[in-house]
Ligand binder design. Sequence first.
Ligand code: TYC
Length: 102
Amino acid sequence: DGGAGAGTALVTRTRPQTRKPNMYRVLLLNDDYTTQEFVVIVLRKYFNKSVEEATRIMLHVHNHGVGECGVYTYEVAETKVTQVMDFARKHQHPLQCIMEKK
Ligand code: TYC
């Protein structure tokens, strides 16, 4: 009995043993100065994309202004954003990488 007070039986509610973590999209933003070649390098180096997939994502960002590189847990997403921003700055590209909750 799981009712509102009449019964005396015990109800044990179980919780799934694993809980789904909040997930975050990592996005690249378009700009007029970062080279297409550099964006493909970033997608291969930090998001493990093939040349073909990296090129597809880069062109999507180029044509639409923003595009998804991957979906990760908070700490992984934050690390990717920092790595990409540091790498872009080091090579003097204005490329912007951000994360957003899914
Ligand atoms: N728009 C850039 C160019 O024409 C290429 C580019 C693509 C830049 C994706 C940033 O996230 C980006 N050189």
